[in-house]
Design a protein around this ligand. Structure first.
Ligand code: ATR
Length: 277
């Protein structure tokens, strides 16, 4: 997806994947900075820890509590910070890392486009209170969701997140519990469903999926998780996380390049690589 976007923008850049142990995240970011990388994306399990390893945290990343994109900026001769990509390497005096979050906006955009769901006023059951779940919950609260029901394997994390939302967004009704009435959306932000043998990410004895109008699964591979397959069979509207993946990546490319991202080329490459079509 990123290399297709880079090619479309005619940049002589390469997007590469590196497997970094969580204990060495700080060194990896420092190494990329020293080698004058343009930027980085971070994924599981680095998104929360990265907050401690960047020089500057963008406002949205601070608000959503996670970083998935880093841009390296160099000081030009006047002392102003510019993206490293825009400076001749030999003129760069000093480099800093700036952390961004592009996941939170991407989930909202994908919900609107792929499910035609407007978060404002919606009642939502959110499964998962890890990095992705937290960013989604906070962003949905900011968007004006009416009710958020937070469910997580580790109940204390759901309660902590419910407390944070209650304090930050007093207009949102929030509870760390299953809903008792119909919901507009069930949103899966857990990793359950990645493996074929995984159980459903909620307890069917405590929640009846037919009381949901729509189901969104952040998982995009398999294209139809057991959760989405069950939801489709009982008539819920469904969407997987490919749209979220696309939009978080497109926004990251925009942050690095300052150019508007070539969404169509990126979507095509993503579908080819993820689903082979
Ligand atoms: P991410 O950044 O993708 O959110 P994460 O922070 O590791 O990754 O969060 C993973 C989420 O999936 C958490 O909500 C986790 O539940 P816990 O907070 O209890 O760990 C959930 N999860 C992972 N494996 C699970 C499993 N086997 N059963 C239920 N929930 C699971």
């Amino acid at each position: 997806m990123q290399n297709a976007g880079i090619a479309e923008l005619q940049l002589n850049w390469r997007y590469l994947a590196f497997d970094v142990h969580p204990d060495e995240l700080g060194e990896a970011i420092l190494g990329a900075k020293i080698m004058k990388f343009v930027g980085l994306n971070l994924t599981v399990p680095h998104k929360l820890m990265a907050l401690q390893h960047v020089d500057v945290v963008d406002e949205a990343a601070r608000q959503w509590g996670a970083i998935n994109t880093i841009r390296f900026e160099g000081q030009d001769r006047t002392g102003a910070w510019q993206p490293v990509a825009e400076l001749p390497p030999e003129t760069i005096q000093k480099i800093r890392s700036v952390g961004f979050n592009t996941d939170a906006d991407a989930i909202i955009r994908s919900l609107r486009e792929d499910l035609k769901l407007e978060p404002r006023g919606a009642s939502i059951l959110l499964l998962g209170a890890g990095g992705a779940g937290q960013a989604a919950a906070l962003r949905l609260a900011q968007e004006g969701a009416a009710q958020l029901h937070l469910v997580n394997r580790t109940q204390s994390k759901a309660e902590e997140l419910a407390g944070l939302i209650g304090r930050s967004y007093p207009g949102v009704r929030v509870a760390a519990a299953y809903p008792k009435a119909r919901v507009d959306l069930v949103l899966n932000a857990t990793s359950l469903g990645l493996k074929p043998e995984d159980a459903l990410p909620f307890d069917p004895a405590r929640f009846d999926l037919s009381s949901a109008s729509a189901v969104y699964d952040m998982i995009y591979r398999p294209a139809e998780s057991p959760l989405l397959a069950t939801a489709r069979k009982i008539g819920c509207q469904t969407a997987n996380g490919l749209g979220m993946l696309l939009y978080q990546g497109a926004k990251a490319l925009e942050i690095w390049t300052g150019s508007s991202p070539p969404i169509a080329a990126m979507r095509k490459a993503l579908e080819q690589n993820v689903y082979g079509r």
